[in-house]
Design a protein around this ligand. Sequence first.
Ligand code: DX5
Ligand code: ZN
Length: 218
Amino acid sequence: ADAIRINPSILAADFVNMQAELGRIRAADFVHVDVMDNHFVPNLTFGPQMVERIQATSPVPLDVHLMISDVDRWAPGYAELGAASVTFHLEAATDPVRLARRLRGIGARAGVAVKPATAVDGLFDVLDEFDQILVMTVEPGFGGQSFMADQMPKLRRLSDEARRRGSQVWLQVDGGISEATIAQAAEAGADTFVAGSAVFGADDPDDAIASLRSGAAA
Ligand code: DX5
Ligand code: ZN
């Protein structure tokens, strides 16, 4: 991959000091915003009202990751509030291509995510309908879990397929990304890296972002 993006996940930030936390990640490419509904995943974060405030406050554009059911109903609203990208789960979508077109029509980058047990092969023929594909490297729902290296073959096949087809789609990984694991994911073809605890658990989040960036480029 030529360009590398580091997207810190505010799931690991202090929720009651969100404005200050957003100001600590100025070296980020996008802020990763995890929306959970306690239905698609067994955890709950926040919804459109909070994300609208984050959008108004963040100096860095938003990369919204929807871990929710009923994406047809909710995903377009996140594009309308101005998120730079909106990623929904393939497992939650009735017609992923139609929803991606709708998100692009509103002006957002359209993303689709897959859980560890979900295959990506069905996406090969429609890669260009999406701006980014998120290969989860943990079971979605919680920060601080261990990186699943067994997802690397899936990522590599996706990346080979994208290259073969001349696709511009970004390949994102999310879960357990740290200085110790980022090189593996980069080597398997990822170009966009979400990191929660590795960034907000550091004394200086911007330094952690820089270290991740060099780890991905190595
Ligand atoms: C997990 C979320 C991730 C999470 C990653 O379901 O989608 O974005 O914040 O956290 P870390 O980097 O700590 O694994
Ligand atoms: Zn996420």
